[in-house]
Design a protein around this ligand. Structure first.
Ligand code: IPE
Ligand code: IPE
Ligand code: MG
Length: 251
């Protein structure tokens, strides 16, 4: 086993062999980050996108196989039109600006969530998302999954509906339905198991994120607000993961 822990300068040394294959992140705290600075919430979202760039880059450098980030929940539509508009605008900007670089880095982008059912006026964002998935579909590097208009309960209900259709069409029998069939209908089909789930900003709840997939994930929470979650904070989290003892119900 290689060296891991902190070296004499205090920087984190990670044993790459022990890193998670699939990391999921609830990027939380943008609004509070902005409010602390007397700025509008959208300012925090802008800073949050910058933090995200760094975390994607670092995941890629570390050779992490899959990164799933919670960008917008099915419940986030409750926010003001101004805030939703700012978030969607940032998204479009991000995909337009970064797509070529992500593609060069062989990143494969997948959207988890119902992007076919977005409110009117977001057609450009929808197109940008479809274009990003299409362009990077065959890439074999980092699997970057963006949960957008995503709800874990909705995802599970949708999977049940898809299976019911297959039964109705005579493609499978009721008794054929097992975990493999069910998982094949989730947005995360064919991705490795989620090993590690990070939530920033001190909240300790799932907020409807990956309810099925997190069954045996290790959880990590930090008080750091998302815009401040930099590579060092990420390394700290990953270091904590490498020290966990995962038992999966065994001893
Ligand atoms: C997370 O930050 C970003 C999204 C939900 C899109 P918040 O906007 O939830 O920030 P807080 O939690 O209000 O500080
Ligand atoms: C979860 O954060 C959703 C995203 C990070 C996209 P929220 O800020 O929406 O969650 P709650 O409302 O604190 O549970
Ligand atoms: Mg929040």
């Amino acid at each position: 086993m290689g060296l891991f822990g902190k070296d004499e300068t205090g920087s984190v040394q990670l044993d790459r062999a022990l890193l998670p294959r699939h990391v999921a992140i609830i990027m939380d705290g943008n609004g509070r980050w902005a409010q602390k600075r007397g700025m509008p919430r959208s300012f925090g979202h802008k800073a949050g996108v910058e933090a995200l760039r760094g975390i994607i880059r670092h995941s890629d450098d570390l050779g992490i196989e899959a990164l799933t980030i919670y960008a917008f929940s099915t419940e986030n539509w409750k926010r003001s039109a101004e805030e939703v508009g700012a978030l969607m605008g940032l998204l479009l900007e991000y995909f337009t600006r970064e797509l070529d670089e992500l593609h060069r880095k062989n990143v494969c982008i997948r959207i988890l969530g119902d992007i076919g059912d977005m409110p009117k006026g977001l057609e450009r964002q929808q197109q940008a998302l479809y274009a990003a998935m299409e362009k990077t579909r065959a890439n074999t590097g980092l699997k970057l999954n963006i949960a957008l208009n995503y709800g874990g309960r909705q995802e599970i209900v949708r999977a049940a509906r898809m299976l019911a259709r297959k039964v109705q069409a005579g493609e499978i029998g009721v008794d054929d339905i097992d975990m493999a069939h069910f998982e094949a209908e989730l947005y995360t089909a064919d991705l490795p198991e989620v090993d590690f789930m990070i939530r920033t900003s001190g909240e300790i709840r799932l907020s409807n994120f990956l309810l099925y997939q997190l069954a045996y994930a290790e959880f990590y929470q930090t008080d750091v607000l998302w815009p401040d979650f930099d590579e060092n904070a990420y390394d700290e989290a990953l270091l904590a993961y490498t020290k966990r003892n995962r038992r999966f119900g065994g001893v």
